[in-house]
Design a protein around this ligand. Sequence first.
Ligand SMILES: Cc1cc2nc3c(=O)[nH]c(=O)nc-3n(C[C@H](O)[C@H](O)[C@H](O)COP(=O)(O)OP(=O)(O)OC[C@H]3O[C@@H](n4cnc5c(N)ncnc54)[C@H](O)[C@@H]3O)c2cc1C
Length: 250
Amino acid sequence: MTSAALLPLRWRTATVIARRPETPHVATLVLDVPGWPGHKAGQHVDLRLTAADGYEAQRSYSIASANDGTAVAITVERVADGEVSPFLLDDVRVSDDLELRGPIGGYFVWSLEDGNPLLLIAGGSGVAPMMSILRARAQALKPPAARLLYSSRDQASIIYRDELDGMTAATDGPRILYTLTRERPVVWSGALGRVDRVMLERIGFPPTDDPLAYVCGPTPFVEQVAADLVALGYAEERIRTERFGPTGAN
Ligand SMILES: Cc1cc2nc3c(=O)[nH]c(=O)nc-3n(C[C@H](O)[C@H](O)[C@H](O)COP(=O)(O)OP(=O)(O)OC[C@H]3O[C@@H](n4cnc5c(N)ncnc54)[C@H](O)[C@@H]3O)c2cc1C
């Protein structure tokens, strides 16, 4: 580890350069971060908001974009009674400045050298770091096989649907299985209900292929899926998890 890596991350000023609605409750903010050192797929940033009276609130957001110069995309889901997410969705406009530090995280990360079949399992906005991984993977000449199992409440809540379907259609694209927990469409080729072992077997790789699994979403979702993967024979050290619980820092 270099001495630079041991230095505390400094807060930077980031400018919102684009804002994209993804679903009725989710939007992506693309930030320009001058001096951005680059990031690995799966890392996150901290955002800090400061009110006029000096009150500060700080929250973590996964980076959804692949490493791309000084542009960093985050995808924010509304927590109805939340302090920060409604502000980011309702009040932040293109050309506004935000305070940000990162990239953060050395465990829930993927780079091409990690190789291996990739099994990605996401619940709700937990798909954000998976998108970073899939976007980074899409840039590779010889990407490893990848599969995504993505749980949403209903079809309208599927984030990045068009881009994900476009990736699936591409040569070497990932295989994707969507599952819906609160809607039963008349016509639907995906799964229905919460992620379970049957779904994991349907989309996953045999444990003998030594897959690398990434699981991200609400804490109970992550814990259940990780336990199911272990029960199916996945090696614990090959399962990387990220929990989107409350960040807890004001
Ligand atoms: C490493 C990491 C990465 C994250 N990445 C993302 C991301 O890419 N996109 C994203 O939208 N969020 C992400 N989160 C969650 C994010 O940091 C905030 O917790 C979330 O936006 C809610 O903040 P808030 O201020 O709106 O709500 P708060 O004011 O913090 O909470 C309001 C109420 O909602 C509950 N609550 C807080 N967070 C959640 C939640 N996530 N789900 C359900 N209930 C909650 C609280 O317990 C409280 O009761 C990430 C969290 C972590 C730790």
